[in-house]
Design a protein around this ligand. Structure first.
Ligand code: GLV
Length: 322
């Protein structure tokens, strides 16, 4: 590393975090988000950058001195252009961990809404009708159900850890089979069918990669037990939308909680909006009030590692795509 270090903070972080970043080593030159907004040439000088991961290809192209990029989000599919993948000197780290608690809350929120018919009651509340029979007849319980967690990273593990509180048995699927706390059985990608066949509640947290795009289609949905619920908080395009709509209409799927969709944004006339057994939230499950503090602390601790020449945490496998 050179004696001076130029850092481009393309995203606004709490002032106290910015001040700590300035002091991480002597000779830091730091561009704040406001400065970069006025003058994006700061990216050209930067060795380290914090970026959203969505919009910045043009800055990346010009930033030939960059060695490390920290992204604001977890998914990096839009950042990983062939050009970025080919830049072997450029390390990318993501914000894995920052979303675990809010997304776990969001997922269990969907599952509780479905089991207690809260979505149906809320949708009709404005009618002012006190009539509980319709809701009582189709109540379910989470207790005794099997929850399949598709993608067992930080988010999946946090979701799994809450399973015992509701008497839910948790199984999971991840790229590399290994024991995971609170998960009764961990399957690998080749075991998808065995995994799906048991998943009465399926939570999809897959990143979008060449391998996962459209992975859950007609056949996979049909493999779920009849009456299963699907929750997607990963990426919409890992599920084939037409197959999803079909499975919801036929009743094979009892419901879907979708924080992500394909396409996104979901057009106003899309049939998913109108299905009574679907709850849609417009891609905000990972957001929470302390997000930028948490992200800032992750960035700072990685920055300290970077300055000391130590390995960074949350390094993205650029070939694998996440
Ligand atoms: C949001 O979807 C993220 O990947 O952080």
């Amino acid at each position: 590393m050179s004696a001076s270090l130029t850092i481009a903070l393309g995203v606004e972080l709490p002032p106290e975090i910015v001040e700590r970043a300035r002091k991480v080593s002597p000779g830091v030159e730091l561009w704040t988000a406001a400065e970069l907004e006025r003058d994006p040439s700061g990216y050209r000088e930067a060795e380290v950058a914090l970026i959203t991961g969505w919009l910045e290809q043009e800055h990346l192209r010009e930033a030939r001195k960059l060695r490390w990029v920290q992204t604001v989000g977890a998914g990096v599919e839009r950042l990983l252009s062939p050009e970025v993948v080919a830049r072997s000197e450029l390390v990318i780290t993501n914000a894995s961990g920052v979303h675990a608690q809010p997304i776990a809350e969001h997922v269990w929120g969907f599952l509780l809404m479905f089991s207690r018919n809260l979505h149906l009651a809320a949708a009709r509340q404005h009618e002012g009708v006190w009539q509980s029979q319709t809701y009582r007849e189709t109540l379910r319980s989470l207790r005794g159900k099997t929850l399949g967690v598709l993608g067992l990273g930080a988010i999946g593990q946090r979701i799994a850890s809450i399973g015992p509180a509701f008497g839910v048995r948790v199984i999971g699927l991840k790229r590399t089979k290994e024991r995971v706390e609170h998960v009764a059985e961990v399957y690998g990608p080749d075991d998808l069918e065995t995994f799906l066949a048991q998943s009465e509640l399926l939570v999809n947290i897959l990143p979008l990669t060449a391998k996962t795009r459209g992975w859950i289609g007609r056949r996979e949905l049909a493999t779920l037990p009849r009456g299963a619920f699907l929750v997607n908080v990963g990426r919409g395009a890992t599920v084939q939308t037409d197959a999803l709509v079909e499975a919801l209409r036929s009743g094979h799927l009892a419901g879907a909680g979708l924080d992500v969709t394909d396409p996104e944004p979901l057009p106003a006339e899309h049939p998913l909006w109108k299905l009574p057994n679907v709850i849609i939230t417009p891609h905000y499950s990972g957001a929470h009030p302390g997000y930028f503090q948490h992200l800032g602390e992750l960035f700072l601790s990685n920055l300290q590692r970077y300055v000391r020449g130590e390995p960074l945490v949350n390094v993205v496998d650029k070939q694998g795509g996440y």
